[in-house]
Design a binder for this molecule. Structure first.
Ligand code: ZN
Ligand code: ZN
Length: 119
């Protein structure tokens, strides 16, 4: 069974095979700055269980060990790839069509969490 997601404007669409994957709210400063949000919710999916259906995201090297992928048209933050975890791709839970079904299981980079962010 697959679930789908995509960007705000609809030019990027993707699907991933449904399974019990790790997930987390990330409070790191790179997630914050690249999204303009207090934190970003991620689900980690094996790369071979994920594929783009339409559109080609723009890649930005966000650090020496990672890259972020955005819609070229509307800017939605869709994915993050980390060199130390080459077999997986991290997908933004809130670009999924039904983010309500994917409650994040952990909080990471909590030392960088903004003090006004509700837990
Ligand atoms: Zn878009
Ligand atoms: Zn982060």
């Amino acid at each position: 069974m697959f679930v789908e997601g995509g960007c705000f404007c609809g030019s990027i669409r993707y699907k991933l095979e449904l399974n019990d994957y790790p997930s987390a709210n990330c409070h790191c400063s790179i997630c914050r700055r690249t999204s303009g949000a207090a934190f970003v919710s991620w689900i980690r999916v094996p790369s071979d269980c994920f594929e783009y259906i339409s559109g080609e995201p723009k890649k930005i090297d966000s650090s020496s060990h990672g890259a972020r992928y955005f819609c070229q048209e509307c800017g939605t933050h869709v994915a993050c790839f980390l060199k130390e975890d080459p077999k997986n791709i991290n997908i933004t839970i809130c670009s999924l069509d039904k983010p309500q079904d994917f409650k994040p299981k952990a909080e990471i980079y909590v030392d960088d969490m903004l003090s006004w962010t509700k837990k």
